[in-house]
Write a protein that binds this ligand. Structure first.
Ligand code: 4AD
Ligand code: MG
Length: 432
């Protein structure tokens, strides 16, 4: 007899097969037991009919506890009542591992309780769906950049530099020195772009931010492309094509997960239409002030109510361009005709999900950068290698960073970034 996975059921209709699974849930009457089965690939229903199986099989089925692991044997059938479309008519069951008093029951649980049981919570159909969308976004990211001639480069995690400012660094000992966990691979990706042309990275990022919002993680994953011989305008085109590609691939490959999450496909379809709008920081400030936001003035960074208001004025993600120099990192290219702003853009997701991409054209002039490094109070010896890039054949180049979990949260349509990563690290949480 063939052992199959639930997800492959459609290829085995009418066959008797063996499946290893967990009992996610169960309902039974005197005559029939319905087992909600999951094997990691999908969820479907197993049906045990008293009159069709030996009495001990029916009694075993009726007594199975939630999350017991089992081998089931039976025939795959179509099941037009479920979205999945198939079920198994069980004829035999063998218990592999018992489960007693599984803590997560079908009733409502508080978030803290679920977070304490994250190692088990991941088994639920909703978390499973989110992880499948996350996986698809990662897969499609590699595909997009490979299709566009980018080379994957891995920047280090242990670093001596602080590209995004020194306030939120995780410090660690590096033998006799201090080191920091990477808060962005960007500076190394700039070096890599000078060697390989177009590069991208995908790796963990650490920010010791004391932020407790639904958008902030302490440890998150970022995709950071960097392109030599490229100005900001062309980088924005790549960014919007990339984001639209992610949405399209989730639509194409995660229909079931979107269904489980109740995410409306027609909403996502709007985000595949290009181009996305571009407005300047100046215009964003004007729009906010004209609409009753008295708390913001030119020079301030946006808070989430501001980003949400701007996003709600558009059907699709929107680029906010050319922020004040004073609120952006040292490496951004100065504006050609204004000295108060830099050549950069953040991409703001719709529906209140906030910034998903931060990017810019990079400063190319050695003296300018050295001055910026000094003004930022950074140790210039630590950046001497970075300055070398401007000493030996500097070229226009641009890049950006897309936050994976914020993008998953937005595309999946969930409330909080903590559900977009398997084991979230949050302020006050490093368990499990
Ligand atoms: O805007 P950020 O800080 O940009 C950089 O790090 C640049 N060096 C990227 C580059 O140009 N190569 O971060 C980029 C993205 C944000 O837009 C956001 O999506 C995500 O990373 N991000 C976070 N995600 C979750 N939790 C946090 N604390 C995040 N901080 C940033
Ligand atoms: Mg940013």
């Amino acid at each position: 007899m063939k052992q199959i996975q639930i997800v492959d059921s459609k290829e085995h209709v009418g066959e008797v097969v063996k499946i290893g699974a967990w009992v996610a849930n169960k309902r039974s009457s005197g005559k029939i037991a319905f087992l909600q089965l999951r094997d990691g690939t999908a969820y479907f229903q197993g049906v045990v009919v008293k009159s069709e199986v030996p009495e001990e099989v029916f009694q075993l089925a009726k007594g199975l506890n939630q999350e017991t692991s089992v081998w089931v044997i039976g025939e795959i059938r179509e099941d037009s009542r479920s979205k999945f479309g198939y079920e198994i008519g069980i004829t035999d069951i063998e218990v592999i591992g018992e489960s007693h008093e599984y803590p997560i029951t079908p009733k409502e649980h508080g978030t803290d309780f679920l977070m304490d049981h994250r190692h088990l919570w991941l088994r639920s159909s909703r978390q499973h769906a989110i992880m499948q969308i996350r996986n698809e976004i990662i897969r499609a990211s590699y595909e997009f950049f490979n299709n566009h001639g980018f080379v994957k480069v891995d920047p280090p995690i242990l670093t001596g530099s602080a590209p995004e400012g020194t306030t939120d660094l995780f410090e660690t000992n590096y033998f006799d020195h201090k080191a920091y966990l990477s808060q962005s691979g960007q500076l190394y990706m700039e070096a890599a772009a000078m060697a390989m042309g177009k590069v991208f990275s995908f790796g963990p990022t650490f920010r010791a931010e004391k932020s407790k919002t639904r958008r902030h993680l302490i440890e998150f994953w970022m995709i950071e492309p960097e392109m030599a011989f490229m100005h900001q305008e062309e980088s924005l085109e790549i960014q919007e094509q990339y984001v639209a590609y992610l949405v399209q691939n989730v639509l194409d490959h995660c229909d079931y997960a979107l269904h489980v999450l109740g995410r409306d496909r027609s909403v996502l379809e709007k985000y595949t239409k290009l181009p996305y709008a571009r407005i300047s920081y100046d215009e964003a400030i004007e729009r906010l002030q004209a609409n009753g936001f008295d708390d913001i003035k030119w020079g301030d960074d946006f808070g989430s109510p501001h980003e949400t208001f701007i996003a709600n004025s558009f059907e699709q993600p929107v680029f906010i361009m050319n922020y004040p120099k004073a609120i952006k990192p040292f490496y951004m290219k100065p504006h050609p005709t204004r000295d108060d702003v830099v050549v950069c853009a953040d991409l703001i997701a719709p529906e209140g999900y906030g910034e998903i991409i931060g990017g810019s054209e990079r400063a190319t002039d050695y003296d300018y950068l050295l001055e910026q490094i000094r003004q930022a109070g950074l140790n210039e010896e630590e950046y001497s290698w970075y300055l070398d890039l401007r000493k030996y054949g500097t070229v226009p180049h641009s890049g950006f960073g897309l936050g994976l979990e914020r993008t998953v949260t937005w595309i999946a349509g969930i409330d909080h970034v903590r559900e977009a990563i398997p084991f979230p690290r949050l302020l006050n949480r490093i368990y499990p």
